[in-house]
Structures are given as structure tokens and as C-alpha cells.
Design a protein around this ligand. Structure first.
Ligand code: ARG
Length: 456
């Protein structure tokens, strides 16, 4: 394709380091779509005859069919997907194939293909995150009033509802979707027609190809069009944050299914056994979701390092952009599918959750609030009183909620029966009706609101 000024072909070593076909063959559909749009534009602008345009379109359809049925002769000697397809087109339709590359370079071609691929990947990921939100919202609805301990520092803090806890992830995932959507919007400009770097002397219509390929507009600057991969970095950054969200939920699942928590049970088909310990049922899928964030962050680090300090315009370094994104998207795809399966299939052990919520003096804040509200104490003093009651309970080897009225009066003589009621975990969650709070009534309303906002 470029042999004119060469005395010899590339060495085996050159081919080894240069060929990208094993990776970029995943761009075949996008490459064919881009070429068809380019050829149509060349015909519309009078650069290519209608006959040649029709032959190219038919030939490209044939190539697409060969790729789909697995008979396409991929060749490493032909470097990349662009040259593989053009070479096959030339075998199929003859010299007209050689006119397709008029007013085009592989630099604008690959940038266009990759934006098309990334745009579709972002849309697919969005749908998968949406499915996970749907599974979380369904479980949140089921468990709007299920009580479990909320933690800070992984120490029992205050009782919360399971639904509320799951809806926290729905919010996080909503922002993850927002970041992906932002990246998707910004990347939707078309590099095609930028040529190698400077534009072209041919009277092309870049607006036509941009519209045909579903882009909002052509990239405004030909140098930028072929040199920029920040659109990939953005998706990898958003993907890394998404993977981090998943890893936190995965970690909670790992804790929840342990014998010490028993808050949740996973379906048997999403767990594995031990070759030695007959009792084991391990949450490997959750552990792997927790771990795989490393791959996505690794991809971001890889491409950021590739791009650092690259002068304008195209450098071959940029061929290293695809493997990280393909790998990261595959990883996110798998993690999202596994996580949705785990969330949809998990059963919540309401008895164990509720019992755990009553361990660790989790209603001590309610007692302090009660002293402040009913006895008119400044909150700092009420905190001191409740702290003393916790110490008293510890001394007696009971939870603060198990103290008798006499114990309460020993520290705060003005307290009466009404103080005992606030020590109950059900009271504690039902009373937290502040906006965004954990009360079952709030969760029920938030479930409906989240459905409309994220799934509607
Ligand atoms: N395979 C190349 C890539 O992915 C296509 C662009 C090659 N351009 C060039 N001038 N060698 O970056």
C-alpha cells in the first residue's frame, strides 16, 4: 500500500512490532461503515464516479459478509484492519478499490473508526449500568424496611435500612453513567477528512460524512482530529471510577456473605467451593469484581503514558490506544454482568441483619438526641450523658438498648419511659425521615423516584 519509495519490504521484526491486526480487527465493522460513508461522499462531491462508488460499496458489503462468516483472510503482513480490508476489496473489485483512499489517510480513518467503536461501547456500558441500577432498585423496594447496621470505620454506627444502603449505589452508578454520557457527547465529532494531518486539496464534504456516521459535527481542526485520544482517556477515567464503584459493592458482598455477618446469601451458581474444606462456598465472583478494577486503571495508566509528551500530529505510539480500551470495556462488561447477577439473585437474611443492627450500641445517638430534645440539654451535654450510659451498659455486659429505666435515671434522673422507646432499632430508622435519610417511608419514595430518574 505504500511500497513506492521502498527498496525492500519490512523485515520480520518490523512486521512483528508493527502489526496491529490481531487487536484492531475488532474495528472491522466501523472501518467498513467509515469507508462506505467516505465513498458516498466522494461520489456526491464528484471526486469518484458513481460506478466506482457502487463497486466499492458492494465490495465492502462482501468484505463485511466474509468477516461475519469467518472466511476473511486476515493477514499480519498487511499490518492493520484498514489495509487488510482495502487489500481484500482490491482483490474483489480490482483497481476501483484504489480510489477509495482518495482524500483520506489511515490517520483520520483510524481516529474515525475508534470514535465509532468507543461511542457504541459507551452506549452498551450505559445499558449495563442501567440494568444493575434496576436490580438494585428492585432489591431496595423489597427491603425498604429491612434493618441492618450502618457502619463508619467498619464499626457499628447507626441502624439503616437495606433499601437505603442499596440506593446509595444507585446514586453512585447514576454519576458513573453521567460521566460516561459526558465522554460520549464530547467524543461525538468526526475526524474523517482531516487527512494525514493538514486536510486535503480535494473538494470533500466533511459535514456529509460526519452526518452519515451519526456524529454531531466534523472535528474543527485537522491536526487535533488525528492527534487526540483524550476521548479514550475520558472513557477509561469514567470506566475506572465505575470499576471502583463496583469494587466497593463487591467488597460489601464479600463481607455480607461471611459466616460472621450472614446478611446475604448468593445463588449457588455464582459461588464456588473449596477442594479441601467441604463447608466452603466462596464469593469468587465478588472478589474478582473487586480485583478487576486494577485492569481498568491499568488501561488508563497505559494510555496516559502513551500520550504523554507526544508532539502533534499522529505518531505510531497512538496505535497502542486500542488494546487498553478493548480490554477495559471487556472487563467492565464482565464485571457489570456478574454484579447484576449477584444483586438480582441475592437473598437478604432479614433476621441476621436486624440482630446485628442491635449490637454495638447503635441507638446511642438516638438517646443523645432524646436528651437534647426532651430535656432541653445542649447536644454536647446530651452526648456526654449518652456516652456515660454506653459505658454503664458496657460495664453490665449489655447493649445500651437493654438498659432499664433505673440505669438511665442513675445517670440522667429526669429521663422517663419515653427514653426506652428511642433505643429500639426500628424506632431509630423510622424516625430518620430527613431528606435523603434512611426511614422506610423515605426509601419507598426514593425507589419510585430513582425508577423515574434512572430507568424511565
Ligand atoms: N494501525 C494504525 C493505528 O492504529 C493506523 C494508522 C496508521 N497510520 C500511519 N501513518 N502509519 O494507529
Amino acid at each position: 500500500m505504500w511500497g513506492g519509495r521502498f527498496a525492500s519490504g519490512p523485515s520480520a521484526l518490523m512486521e512483528e512490532i508493527n502489526a496491529s491486526i490481531d487487536i484492531d480487527r475488532r474495528l472491522a465493522d466501523e472501518d467498513i461503515r467509515g469507508s462506505k460513508a467516505h465513498a458516498e461522499m466522494l461520489v456526491a462531491t464528484g471526486i469518484l464516479s458513481a460506478e466506482d462508488g457502487a463497486a466499492i460499496a458492494q465490495g465492502l458489503d462482501r468484505v463485511a459478509a466474509e468477516i461475519a462468516e469467518g472466511s476473511f483472510p486476515f493477514s499480519r503482513a498487511l499490518e492493520d484492519i484498514h489495509m487488510n480490508i482495502e487489500a481484500r476489496l482490491s482483490e474483489l473489485i480490482g483497481p476501483a478499490a484504489g480510489r477509495l483512499h482518495t482524500a483520506r489517510s489511515r490517520n483520520d480513518q483510524v481516529a474515525t473508526d475508534f470514535r465509532l467503536w468507543t461511542r457504541a461501547a459507551v452506549a452498551r456500558l450505559d445499558g449495563q449500568v442501567r440494568d444493575l441500577q434496576g436490580a438494585l432498585i428492585d432489591q431496595a423496594e423489597r427491603h425498604a424496611a429491612t434493618i441492618l447496621p450502618g457502619f463508619t470505620h467498619l464499626q457499628a454506627a447507626q441502624p439503616v435500612t437495606f433499601g437505603h444502603h442499596l440506593l446509595a449505589y444507585v446514586e453512585m452508578l447514576g454519576r458513573d453513567r453521567g460521566r460516561l454520557a459526558d465522554a460520549g457527547r464530547r467524543l461525538n465529532e468526526c475526524p474523517l477528512g482531516a487527512g494525514a494531518l493538514a486536510g486535503t486539496t480535494w473538494p470533500i464534504d466533511r459535514h456529509m460524512t460526519a452526518a452519515a456516521l451519526g456524529f454531531d459535527r466534523p472535528c474543527a481542526n485537522s491536526l487535533d482530529a488525528v492527534s487526540s485520544r483524550d476521548f479514550v482517556l475520558e472513557v477509561l477515567a469514567a470506566g475506572t471510577i465505575l470499576a471502583l464503584t463496583l469494587s466497593r459493592l463487591a467488597e460489601e458482598i464479600v463481607l455480607w456473605v461471611s459466616a460472621q455477618f450472614r446478611f446475604v446469601d448468593l445463588p449457588h451458581d455464582l459461588t464456588t467451593g473449596s477442594s479441601m474444606m467441604p463447608q466452603k462456598r466462596n464469593p469468587d465472583a465478588a472478589e474478582l469484581v473487586r480485583a478487576k478494577v486494577g485492569r481498568v486503571l491499568g488501561a488508563l495508566t497505559t494510555l496516559a503514558t502513551v500520550m504523554k509528551g507526544l508532539p502533534l500530529a499522529y505518531s505510531k505510539d497512538m496505535q497502542e490506544d486500542k488494546e487498553p480500551l478493548f480490554g477495559a470495556v471487556d472487563t467492565l462488561d464482565l464485571c457489570l454482568t456478574a454484579m447484576t447477577g449477584m444483586i438480582a439473585g441475592m437473598t437478604v437474611n432479614e433476621t441476621a441483619c436486624r440482630a446485628a443492627a442491635g449490637i454495638g450500641h447503635t441507638t446511642a445517638t438516638d438517646l443523645a438526641d432524646h436528651c437534647a430534645r426532651v430535656l432541653g440539654m445542649p447536644f454536647r451535654q446530651a452526648h456526654e450523658v449518652a456516652g456515660k450510659l454506653v459505658a454503664r451498659a458496657e460495664g453490665l455486659g449489655v447493649d445500651v438498648s437493654q438498659l432499664a429505666l433505673d440505669d438511665l435515671k442513675a445517670v440522667a434522673p429526669d429521663l422517663d419511659e419515653s427514653a426506652l422507646a428511642v433505643l429500639d432499632v426500628t424506632h431509630a430508622v423510622e424516625a430518620r425521615t430527613s431528606f435523603g435519610g434512611t426511614a422506610p417511608a423515605n426509601v419507598a419514595a426514593q425507589v419510585a423516584e430513582a425508577r423515574a430518574r434512572f430507568l424511565g
